[in-house]
Design a protein around this ligand. Structure first.
Ligand code: AMP
Ligand code: ZN
Length: 497
């Protein structure tokens, strides 16, 4: 095992050495999507973090069990039990059944995460498949004296938990929260939260289950406690989610989990990603002004351009989204891809790394160490990318070794370098955005990269209906003996006969 990772733990508000409960193994839970709509690119920031963390831990030698839930019941539009049920509202608006909506947006979610090279978590669990576990946990909470029944619903009694709010550093409840409880007249304090609803404001709740407290459905927070503990045990290593979850969702998860088991801590390291913001506001589904991954693709970006943009910022810093920034990421990623392809061509890459895994000459070793040190230090992806660029610009490192080191780094970055290198080994200038070249071998890797760039610019001009510019690029390439062929899969190019 290498030197331990250092993570900023929201619980202690400090950077801490990461020591898992069981040597060599990590149990990690990340809150998954509520599947009532497409994920926006802010949500996807959270999942890229989870993936980068899992990848970095695996690269660091750990066996990782990554669990992610799918929320398909119980999530109201306000995290504090107020508002409408998100799933039911969406089903009504779209004229579909709740479970149909859940399936549509679960599939869309994984289509997005696949396109972002996010590896599937070890376990993906749906809330509706775990109702018995949630009921059993609520029974334990009740038995331990932390719950009350009011108006037919079961609530968590935050006044019984002296540690309540430790994650968010909430001040003791001085009565203010009790005054605000009037919103839900059943609650003794506004901080209390529903574990199980029976007689809620939704008289036509689509999905209901029998329970010891009557037919009904679970509150939102209980699902994450029940599922994380089912798969990872009463106390586990890492929990992730967006910073918006600190004051309510994660605070409540801790309270109810520790009340059920009597053990503390429920989770040892809490890692939260900061927001993706647009203008002054956090991107959110409810604000209406949100972008999906597909909307970026429709504007001519590759999903991995967005991943690159995310990796260029530290996960704990707010990231201001703009198309100018995304353009910068796109062009940087293009250059990286061209470099990888050039290295593959120059080193005669045949799909398998040469040399012994992990053994490098001094110069490459220094870059790898710089990279690993950056990832070890609270996943500093901007510094890790700088190490990658340093590697690719270092003339002292021969192409085969540089490629091997870049592929090594990409285990943690997930920028698709292996596919890029393999497309060269497969004998083409094949490229996902611009089709391919059946006889790329006639050009040097540098020429090939330049041609691809021009083909791409022509595609962009066509998209912007600037046909004069598109024709100009085609003519310029023709001058150089390159013929373009437009087809359904994009534009391919070849040397003129
Ligand atoms: P939801 O599907 O709304 O439960 O959110 C899924 C994940 O995305 C959660 O971890 C949220 O904290 C996170 N999230 C929501 N909005 C943003 C944003 N604008 N930037 C980054 N993460 C976000
Ligand atoms: Zn959760």
């Amino acid at each position: 095992m290498n030197r331990p990772f250092i993570f900023y733990n929201t619980l202690s508000r400090r950077e801490e050495e990461f020591v898992p409960a069981e040597e060599g193994k990590v149990g990690f839970y990340g809150c998954g999507p509520t599947v009532y709509n497409y994920a926006h690119i802010g949500n996807l920031r959270a999942y890229v973090l989870h993936d980068t963390l899992a990848r970095a831990l695996r690269r660091g030698g750990y066996e990782v069990t990554q669990v992610m839930n799918i929320t398909d019941v119980g999530h109201l539009s306000g995290d504090g039990d107020e508002g409408e049920d998100k799933m039911i509202k969406s089903a009504k608006e779209r004229g579909k059944a709740v479970l149909e909506i859940a399936q549509i947006y679960t599939d869309a979610f994984f289509a997005d995460t696949d396109r972002l090279n996010i590896l599937r978590p070890s376990i993906v669990c749906k809330a509706t498949d775990h109702i018995p576990e949630m009921i059993a946990m609520i029974e334990r909470i009740e038995k331990n004296g932390f719950a009350y029944n009011a108006g037919g619903n079961i609530y968590f009694d935050t006044a019984k938990d002296p540690g309540y709010g430790k994650l968010a550093r909430l001040k003791a409840d001085t009565g203010e929260a009790r005054a605000r409880a009037a919103e839900d007249g059943n609650k003794k304090s506004a901080r209390d939260f529903a574990l199980w609803f029976t007689r809620s404001k939704f008289d036509r709740q689509a999905l209901v289950w029998d329970s010891p407290w009557g037919t009904g459905y679970p509150g939102w927070h209980i699902e994450c406690s029940a599922m994380s503990m089912k798969y990872l045990g009463d106390s586990f290593d890492i929990h992730c989610g967006g910073a918006d979850h600190i004051p309510v969702h994660h605070t409540n998860e801790i309270a109810q989990s520790e009340a059920a088991t009597g053990k503390s801590p429920y989770v040892r390291y809490w890692l939260h990603n900061e927001f993706l913001v647009m203008g002054k506001d956090k991107m959110s589904k409810s604000s209406g002004g949100f972008l999906t991954l597909q909307s970026l693709v429709d504007r001519g970006y590759h999903p991995l351009d967005y991943r690159y943009l995310l990796l260029g910022a530290h996960y704990r810093s707010q990231l201001q989204f703009s198309f100018e920034a995304l353009d910068g990421a796109k062009s940087a990623r293009r250059t990286l891809s061209a470099k990888i392809r050039a290295l593959a061509a120059r080193s005669g890459w045949n799909g398998k790394p040469e040399g012994e895994a992990g053994s490098y000459g001094e110069a490459a070793r220094a870059r790898i160490d710089e990279f690993d040190e950056a990832m070890r230090r609270d996943l500093s992806t901007p510094r890790a990318l700088a190490a990658l660029w340093g590697l690719l610009k270092d003339p002292a490192i021969e192409p085969g070794e540089a490629l091997r080191a870049a592929l090594d780094m990409d285990e943690a970055l997930g920028l698709g370098f292996l596919q890029e290198a393999n497309s060269v080994a497969a004998g083409g200038g094949a490229c996902d955005e611009t089709g391919g070249s059946p006889n790329a071998g006639s050009f040097s890797p540098e020429e090939e990269a330049e041609i691809r760039e021009l083909v791409e610019r022509r595609a962009e001009a066509k998209k912007a209906r600037d046909f004069a510019k598109a024709d100009e690029i085609r003519a310029a390439l023709r001058e150089r003996g390159i013929v373009l062929e437009d087809g359904p899969g994009g534009t391919s190019w070849r040397a003129a006969d």
